[in-house]
Write a protein that binds this ligand. Structure first.
Ligand SMILES: Nc1nc2c(c(=O)[nH]1)N[C@H]1C(S)=C(S)[C@@H](COP(=O)(O)O)O[C@H]1N2
Ligand SMILES: [Mo]
Length: 161
């Protein structure tokens, strides 16, 4: 009777351990695979590419001081962290293009010329003044020195022309 109980409790412990191990490993896998944000990239290969924060982890994060020109003529300086647009395109082997359209979830878009795309002041920003961007705008186009209308919020698509 006592022996039976012991076997039973050992069995229970083993089962709990197994459940824990399986549970832990699968939840780790999920957090590794789950994308926080996704930007579709068109015009590079035949199919649409999904560029996510997981892909971005493989690109060097850059920090720049960016100046935004406001409508009233004033300027605003911010510390931005993100990925150079040209580094993102480089990671997909993009070399030549006539322009790059950056589009937002609300349909707002801007077409950038090659010189703007290749600038060290043009990034897909994710952190501003030390703060991660909010959930409704995880990635924002930052173009140092350009007007606020160029700073496309909640980027969802990049089209290479
Ligand atoms: N996704 C998206 N981004 C956008 C816009 C927009 O309508 N949608 N408007 C642009 C314009 S015209 C301006 S002036 C600024 C406004 O930014 P603010 O709301 O932070 O002042 O966002 C720019 N980025
Ligand atoms: Mo605007």
């Amino acid at each position: 009777m006592i022996k039976g109980k012991k076997v039973l409790s050992i069995g229970l412990v083993v089962m709990l351990l197994m459940v824990c191990l399986v549970g832990c490993s699968s939840s780790q896998e999920v957090s590794k695979e789950e994308a926080i944000w996704t930007i579709s990239v068109e015009g590079v290969k035949d199919q649409v590419i999904s560029f996510t924060n997981i892909d971005a982890d493989k690109i060097e994060i850059k920090e720049i001081t960016a100046t935004m020109k406001k409508k009233d003529g004033s300027q605003k300086d911010q510390q931005w962290k993100g990925y150079l647009l040209k580094d993102v395109l480089d990671s997909y082997g993009v070399e030549e293009f006539k322009g790059v359209v950056v589009e937002a979830s609300d349909g707002y878009s801007k077409e950038l010329t090659p010189d703007v795309v290749n600038s060290e002041g043009t990034i897909l920003g994710t952190i501003v003044d030390g703060q991660e961007l909010p959930d409704d705008n995880k990635v924002q186009l930052v173009i140092n020195g350009k007007g606020s209308n160029w700073w496309v919020k909640d980027v969802s698509k990049i089209v290479v022309n």
